[in-house]
Ligand binder design. Structure first.
Ligand SMILES: *Cc1c(COP(=O)(O)O)cnc(C)c1O
Length: 337
């Protein structure tokens, strides 16, 4: 696929590393494990949204926008990175924050919440779960227009076909690295949320006839619903990127056994995974996405569903700033209690 046809800003001047995780693999007694460090992408504490924003912000600039408007959970990495991209480009940023857990927004909370302030977010509107998010963003855009300004709306997670191109690009980057480093990759495991990462990755792999299956680990929705969402977006992304064939339905696999009680709510498996990655590989995960995805990876390796001779690439999508708002849940004293 020829991504050079699309305008793109660059927020990471190099590919992210693929590293081995030998200590974790030994601990689990199973498959060989690799990790792609998309937690080290550019902008402020980069993660997967950085790749999506390269395409989305290029479009905002092409349209003459002066303000980025987006939406996310109260500790959203996407909102933090959108705010950082706005600063980088000399734009303003306004956010709609959705309280997916009632009462979870605190203006003075740590983690991303604090970083929204540090990154100079111009306006924050907090709404409850189930509110009309598109409507809230449209109202922000209209208020800006009334002042002669121009707001560009980025959907939640940056997960439209344009933003998802970031993960088509990532798929191509992985294939190039595998070729250069003579790496066999038998499977990729990734967190599956607003779906753009999972959908873009599959569209890119299928579009390049890579023959590498992707196992998505859900962080919010039940399996059937998430697979339908990811497949719909993957088909759209593939067509948008100019792929010659559609993404088959069976290329989309989402597992929901590690969601727990709900989005962002802790599980014992998530806590164990965050602590194990830190203790064995010095890698910081996050409690909402990568902690649950890693819990899935660990369980699939331990159960033998991912076999001993597979070489698996875990895509680290970022999010560690949220750790600092969750010390009470993840810390050793909380564990002992
Ligand atoms: C947003 C996010 C995800 C999920 O990516 P989607 O494209 O929304 O599915 C995974 N990990 C982290 C750290 C995120 O912030």
């Amino acid at each position: 696929m020829n991504l050079a046809r699309f305008e793109r800003r660059r927020y990471t001047p190099h590919p992210t590393a693929i590293e081995a995780m030998p200590h974790l693999a030994r601990e689990l007694g199973g498959a060989r494990l690799l990790i792609k460090r998309d937690d080290l992408l550019g902008l402020a504490g980069g993660g997967n949204k950085t790749r999506k924003l390269e395409f989305l912000v290029a479009d905002a600039l092409a349209q003459g926008a002066d303000t980025l408007i987006t939406v996310g959970a109260v500790q959203s990495n996407h909102c933090r990175l959108t705010a950082a991209a706005a600063v980088r480009e000399g734009l303003k940023c306004q956010l709609v924050l959705e309280q997916r857990v009632p009462g979870s927004y605190h203006a003075d909370a740590s983690g991303n919440n604090f970083l929204f302030d540090l990154l100079g977010v111009e306006k924050i509107e907090v709404v409850d779960l189930g509110a009309d998010l598109a409507g809230a963003m449209a109202a922000m855009q209209a208020a800006l227009a009334a002042q002669g300004r121009r707001g560009y709306i980025i959907p939640g997670g940056g997960s439209n076909p344009l933003g998802s191109l970031g993960y088509v690009a990532c798929a191509e980057e992985i294939l190039q690295q595998a070729f250069e480093q003579s790496l066999r990759i038998d499977r990729i495991v990734v967190a599956s949320g607003s779906a753009g990462t999972h959908a873009g990755l599959v569209a890119g792999l299928v579009g390049n006839s890579a023959g590498i299956p992707v196992t998505g680990i859900n962080v919010r929705r039940p399996r059937a619903e998430q697979e339908a969402n990811v497949h719909k977006l993957a088909v759209e992304v593939a067509a948008f990127a100019g792929a010659s064939a559609p993404v088959p339905r069976d290329a989309i696999v989402c597992r929901d056994e590690w969601v727990g009680p709900g989005y962002s709510l802790p599980t014992p498996e998530m806590i164990a995974a965050v602590r194990l990655f830190a203790a064995t590989e010095g890698v910081l995960l996050d409690p909402v996405y990568t902690g649950k995805a890693a819990a899935g990876l660990i369980a699939l390796v331990r159960s033998g569903e991912i076999s001993r001779d597979e070489q698996v690439l875990f895509l680290h999508t970022g999010g560690s700033p949220v750790l600092y708002a969750n010390q009470g849940i993840l810390g050793a004293t909380a564990q002992a209690a």
